[in-house]
Design a protein around this ligand. Sequence first.
Ligand code: ZN
Length: 153
Amino acid sequence: MAIRNIVKKGDEVLNKKAKKVEAINQRVTQLLDDMAQTMYENSGVGLAAPQVGILKRIIVIDIGEGLIELLNPEIIESSKEEILGDEGCLSIPDRVGKVKRPEYVKVKGLNRIGETVEYEGREFLARALCHEIDHLNGILFTEKAESITYNEQ
Ligand code: ZN
């Protein structure tokens, strides 16, 4: 495993649409391992492959309830109810924004051995899933935020 460099806002890779994973090979599983390690090392709760410079539809999330790895994730259900909450991003470390996200989403994708898996998320997990899937479509939270403030760490 290796820690990868996190691409920061301003790099155009973050504004591009990522491509579907067509075959799961050793490069993909290595990337999953590296993404998880990079996320934990940076105390993040999620990371999308474009954030390490790879335009593939791959995300990892851990909000403290265990690691979720998803290839080609898609939101297949979401609640009408939305919640306005704080959001940050490892690619924009000095900003926090208030972003509206669905209270609930159901996401479908593949796991690292190519099985179809579904995850249901409420509140913070729903937010993390939406945020990471947005990255795969070249969208940063700052484009959706109702307000943005400096994150004083
Ligand atoms: Zn992000």
